[in-house]
Design a protein around this ligand. Sequence first.
Ligand code: ING
Length: 301
Amino acid sequence: ARWLTLAACQTGPVQRASTRAHTVARLVALLEQAASAGAELAVFPELALTTFFPRWVLQPAEIDALYEAEMPGPVTQPLYDAARRLGIGFAIGFAERVMVDGKVRRFNSMELVGPDGQRSGRYRKMHVPGSTEPEAGTTVHLERRYFEPGDLGFPVFDYGGTRIGLALCNDRRWPETYRMLCLAGAEVVLIGYNTPQMLSEAPALAHLRMFHNHLPMQAGAYQNTLWIAAAAKAGLEDGQALIGGSCIVAPTGEIAAQALSLDDEVVVHRADLDLIAACQAVNFDFARYRRPNDYGLIVER
Ligand code: ING
């Protein structure tokens, strides 16, 4: 049997007034808890190092301080050092600022780090929701002001013999995310998210926020025979309530473990990777039963 012990490191609110160093120390403490519970691979939320700043219109001078110009940088290095010391890998969401051909580019990114503390993969969020300007009647969500859509596709990385895919927040609501990762051979998908409790544009859906968090992940895991570990940023962050519900989902579609709080909390499950083959044998023998020649509409505009 093949096993991989996964940890979803839910993170309570990261206020705008928090220093990066203080936040990194919290994340190191979560990684220590995950490792002492036997976890081999941990996931942190989307934009784990900062507040979820797309909720604001920021002045140009305020923006750069919220992005990482290098990963690891001097302030984030302790997390990479902790990974090596503890022998546990992790994925972390962060705001990425890079210079390409003399132009600044900004992505909502996630980095995979090995148990040796070395970078081993990067993903840039594909499904970037919200708008570039506040829109009347909607919750302010300016991700499209601060990030361009990812340009790295849906990569899958080797992690000690297990194939790992990455996804960020809104990506988890789209079946294409899981299908692309599945077809690239992913066995485990690590997800980070920041999801507001209240959406002013759809008060009638208010009671469904947690259902609509878990529903696509459970379906995505089942239909693509994946393990999923998903970490929320949770609780009251700069006045906005974020849902928690961090979880580990099996290829059966079952939630194997789930956070109970809206604060820093580690959710651990020893994932049986052989369940993937079992679920494929029962129904999802992709090579045998998929009808790709008849799915063309999916990639038409
Ligand atoms: N957050 C939201 C999510 O999918 C969202 C997206 C929220 C879109 C509010 C529009 C309005 O959970 C992220 N971070 O993608």
